[in-house]
Design a protein around this ligand. Structure first.
Ligand code: DGY
Length: 325
């Protein structure tokens, strides 16, 4: 019997590739840092039954049209806004993702970004390496207190809860805004549910974790940044499309908010011309929320398992059903 073909759009941990190779002929775009060119992707998927992808590839109608034998798309991510879900579903293509697995690693990185932005860690590190450090100064590189501050979490899913647990360890007051209330978290972490506007007005750190949907598109814009305290720090670890970057730039530039920590951008990789990168009060990271060795390896293995289940026509470990981040 012919073995099915699988297209892996990026170099992956070997465990995942070996799993796939047991059942399929595997094509791998063997690069860590560059995305598979569209022409190569379109050519390779022609006879593919499965695609193992990631947040950097757009699996849109053009790709689906080029892949008439496709049975399953599996992404090594919790978010799947890079996939045309409606179109894939219409064609009966199963879609897998990796929720849960990356929760703690992403919460760690998000909290690290919060601390780095509040306490100017990246700026301080650059200051030393650039030879600017001439003397200890009473107000040199002073930042915002994290311990005991008020954190506002927008999007209380798994990762939001992970952030709330970490915030509780820093004795922070926890506010959250979410589509639905989370009575367990309110009780166990003393978190307070509030409207988005009230959260923005009261928080010292605003952490955005909402998934990317038509409803969350540019949900943080001029009006929202104006509501925030001038001493507040904004953290985005969700998707760049949730933020109006021009409005964020202006808010930072005009001192309407104090700093921002960004792991995600509207366009990725972010262009060096993006004005946000010119600001010393922006800490920018290259979308590495889940990037611990253990977590990324597990995500790749689970994505491979999802893909094999899809090829076999059996239930995926984690199938895209809607509410995930
Ligand atoms: C996700 O999983 O959606 C992250 O953005 C990448 O790990």
């Amino acid at each position: 019997m012919n073995r099915p073909k699988v297209v892996v759009t990026r170099r992956m941990p070997q465990e995942a590739i070996e799993l796939l190779e047991k059942e399929a002929n595997v094509y791998v775009w063997d690069s860590e840092e560059t995305a598979i060119p569209q022409t190569v992707l379109l050519e390779q998927v022609k006879d593919a039954a499965g695609i193992l992808t990631n947040v950097a590839d757009s699996i849109d109608k053009e790709v689906l049209d080029a892949a008439p034998s496709l049975k399953v798309i599996s992404t090594m991510a919790v978010g799947y806004d890079n996939i045309d879900i409606a179109e894939a579903a219409r064609r009966g293509i199963a879609i897998g993702h990796t929720p849960g697995i990356l929760t703690e690693a992403t919460a760690d990185l998000t909290f690290a970004l919060l601390m780095a932005s509040g306490r100017r860690v990246a700026e301080g590190a650059a200051y030393v390496k650039e030879g600017k450090w001439k003397s200890w100064g009473p107000m040199l590189l002073t930042g915002q207190d994290v311990y005991g501050a008020t954190i506002g979490i927008i999007g209380m899913g798994r990762i939001g809860e992970g952030i709330a647990r970490r915030a509780a360890g820093f004795d922070m007051n926890i506010l959250y805004h979410n589509r639905s209330r989370k009575p367990d978290i309110e009780k166990s972490l003393n978190a307070e549910y509030c409207s988005l506007d009230s959260l923005l007005e009261r928080s010292d750190f605003v952490v955005l974790l909402a998934p990317s949907t038509p409803e969350t598109y540019r949900m943080m814009g001029e009006r929202e940044f104006k509501l925030m305290k001038s001493s507040a720090v904004f953290i985005n670890a969700s998707r760049g499309k949730n933020v109006d970057e021009q409005a964020l730039y202006e808010a930072l530039q005009d001192g309407e908010i104090w700093a921002a920590g960004l792991d995600v951008f509207d366009e990725e990789p972010v262009s060096l011309d993006n004005p946000l990168l010119s600001l010393s009060n922006v800490t920018a990271l290259p979308h590495i929320g889940s990037a611990s060795i253990k977590t990324r390896t597990k995500m790749a293995v689970v994505a491979a398992q999802n893909l094999l289940a899809g090829l076999a026509g059996t239930e995926l470990l984690f199938e895209v059903k809607g509410d995930t981040v």
